[in-house]
Design a protein around this ligand. Sequence first.
Ligand code: 5GP
Length: 112
Amino acid sequence: MTLFAKIIRREIPADIVYEDDQVLGFRDISPQAPVHVLFVPKQAVANTDGLADDQAELVGRVVLAARNYARQIGIAQSGYRMVLNTNGDGGQTVYHLHLHLLGGRQLHWPPG
Ligand code: 5GP
């Protein structure tokens, strides 16, 4: 079981800031911006490469959860970034799909 599956099951503590029936959002333990929240589907899937073709709704729910949270905390107008890292070159370290919501400061591009 992955670390994030254990957070979803409340077996490991996390600073949870968002929850609905399909998605959990919690603060990244090593924040890279003033706002750095991870949004995960409660249904386990490793990453975008592991998504089945009929799981589009699952990703949509994660994106909308992050969108709604960004509005709620007041960074929708100033802006933010959503990131989905996949496998080694993508920088993925936890193999439970997660969307990074980053904001609260100017983010640079390209990310490097
Ligand atoms: P990835 O590199 O897989 O895209 O992102 C994994 C993220 O999980 C990293 O940004 C890392 O800081 C975060 N992370 C790792 N361990 C923990 C933990 O125990 N709790 C929380 N909240 N975040 C974690």
